[in-house]
Design a protein around this ligand. Sequence first.
Ligand SMILES: Cc1ncc(COP(=O)(O)O)c(C=O)c1O
Length: 407
Amino acid sequence: MNFDAKLDEALQRLHDEGRYRTFIDIERRNGQFPHAVWTKPDGTQEPISVWCGNDYLGMGQHPVIIEAMHEAIDATGAGSGGTRNISGTTVFHKRLEAELADLHGKEAALLFTSAYIANDATLSTLPKLFPGLIIYSDELNHASMIEGVRRNGGAKRIFRHNDVEHLRELLEADDSAAPKLIAFESVYSMDGDFGPIEEICDLADEFGAMTYIDEVHAVGMYGPRGAGVAERDRIMHRLDIINGTLAKAYGVMGGYIAASAKMCDAIRSYAPGFIFTTSLPPAVAAGAAASVAHLKRDQALRDLHQERAKILKTRLKGMGLPIIDHGSHIVPVIVGDPVHTKQLSDMLLDGYGIYVQPINFPTVPRGTERLRFTPSPVHGPGEMDKLVRAMDELWSHCALNRAELSA
Ligand SMILES: Cc1ncc(COP(=O)(O)O)c(C=O)c1O
């Protein structure tokens, strides 16, 4: 086989569909987020402001975290030097797991190198622990959950997004004695809509199923201590396994599950994605622990975040832009065509120094391509004005396109 030609073909397909991904080379500067420096393909540099990051609260540059990471790196050096089982468990990992268990009101928590791995490793391991397990998975679950469910060799049922009636039908159709688990998210990050947590917990109770929730786009930001939407809705205790990330609102890196001590012990003991990989660097664990601890108390930051998101949505809506608003912190503006979305993103970056990555298939369904804005507490009124003006100008400039786009 001509391997090179095959690679060319595969890449060309993406170009033809307008969804070839180009990484924007940006340099964040400590203390200046959302301002950053963009290195263009020709090597020249330009200041930009980042509007599409998942450092939702600006914690990635918070002094409390930076200090904790400096202290840990000075004390212990760079890497952990091993898997959790073989010399890679440190006081920093233990402290972070304790902090996370406390956050979610669970007996234990288990750290992974990312929430992607946490989802994939946990969901692919559960059928080993519960033979015959059927997993009911929301159709819009994140790729990491889909991968975990797909690889696990167990039975799966996909229910229509947030459709509890469809979920009920699927549960009713299966053997009442079969072990069951319902896997879903609290905030779906592309539309910013919320999962029907309480209804799903009710169904789980009725059918004797376990519940697995991904709170990746909610931890740090919702609930009085930042434990997520389930905490906000006072139903955290009804969820058997809670998945979260330390890389988005907590501003660092890593992922976890929080659950009963026995569940964490079993996943720890059986999941290859936990066992056979080097643990997080201690300094990363220290920074994440400092962030989680800090956000348990900083309600003002959460309030400011929500306020900024509300203001941006109100202003864009006021200009007649097609935004999706489910009341969360995510602000998607639907363009509906991959080429136009990329053009708009390029024009924002080149003409206004505003960086918002185009979101295309397969991250979102075809025809719903979008610009997804993530305002944070550190996106001040000046940045917001600049963005709103730029969007207004571009929408007028592309008036013809806009008619086409919304057709
Ligand atoms: C819903 C959801 N779950 C899990 C992940 C993975 O998180 P991490 O970046 O920690 O791997 C993401 C990442 O974007 C996500 O959107």
